[in-house]
Design a protein around this ligand. Structure first.
Ligand code: PLP
Length: 284
């Protein structure tokens, strides 16, 4: 596999990063995951806009331009022959020399890494036809979940705990209400209405979420942005989640209770279709 590191395209085994890199030592890095379908990049503008917001929130400098990013994405897709898959992008605050909590001096170049992961069949994931089962867990993450940092230890612990419980994923709960999934935004459907938590520092502002709500509104679907509880999710007609890598994924069980019919619901399946159609149309 050919990867990108700080201006160079390299075989993956030749791409090396300093042991002093703040991404490694401090988790001082932000990232994006973008899907590729039919060799084209989905939601490129949205991911680049959020990357800039994450970097701004952490006062990270040295971002590339939109056109530079697009060239790198396309070059990696071409060099690695990706038809369906993911592009992982990470920007860390760079090599700061000796370990120090303070940020390095202005002008220290960030460390920029991108690589592809081939995922044949990404759009036809059989899990979408079966639906997935989730368990709730307390949301023990920090309170700036709107910044997409690489500090993913708690989501990893949650996914491991869900797997141990024989389920597929975790939904996080704080002050009695669902915040989001371990790596996705969550929704319930009741009486035809799509309900999802409103944007704040409490959740990641999903790129898939933003587009999905736009497409749903254009299809005359009713949307309510507010928090909801696990009990309300269990009594909903349908549940689902969204992310760049899963698109729209039906959720058929929450904490051992079947949601609706216990099968993927018509609204979730229709939204998945609409999302895939529309995001392919705007792919670059
Ligand atoms: N929420 C969290 C915590 C995530 O990690 C992710 C994606 O990685 C999302 C939501 C979904 O965001 P997006 O649709 O931009 O992939």
């Amino acid at each position: 596999r050919t990867v990108y590191l700080n201006g160079e395209y390299l075989p993956e085994e030749e791409a090396k990063i300093s042991v002093f890199d703040r991404g490694f030592v401090m988790g001082d890095a932000v990232y994006e995951v973008t899907s590729v379908l039919g060799g084209q990049i989905l939601e490129f503008e949205g991911h680049m806009a959020r990357l800039q917001r994450s970097m701004d929130a952490l006062e990270m400098t040295g971002n590339l331009s939109r056109d530079e990013w697009l060239e790198i994405h396309r070059e990696l897709v071409a060099r690695n022959g990706i038809d369906e898959g993911l592009i992982y992008l990470q920007v860390s605050r760079g090599n700061a020399g000796d370990r120090d909590f303070h940020y390095p001096p202005a002008g220290t170049p960030p460390t920029i890494v991108l690589y592809t992961q081939a995922k044949p069949g990404l759009a036809d994931d059989p899990k979408a036809q079966k639906g997935i089962k989730v368990v709730s867990m307390p949301d023990l993450r920090w309170h700036r979940r709107d910044i997409k940092t690489v500090q993913l230890l708690y989501p990893s612990m949650a996914k491991m705990a869900a797997e141990k419980a024989g389920k597929d994923d975790a939904w996080f709960v704080e002050d009695g209400f669902v915040t989001e999934g371990s790596s996705n935004n969550t929704y319930i459907v009741k009486g035809g209405k799509i309900i999802t938590r409103q944007l704040s520092h409490d959740i990641l502002h999903g790129i898939t979420r933003a587009s999905l709500l736009k497409y749903a509104a254009e299809s005359q679907m009713e949307i309510e942005e507010r928090p909801y509880t696990i009990e309300e999710a269990q009594q909903a007609d349908e549940a689902f989640y969204t992310s760049a890598s899963a698109f729209v994924m039906p959720v058929v069980e929450v904490d051992g209770v079947a949601v609706g019919s216990g099968k993927p619901g018509p609204v979730a399946l229709r939204l998945r279709e609409i999302y895939l159609d529309e995001s392919r149309k705007s792919a670059l």
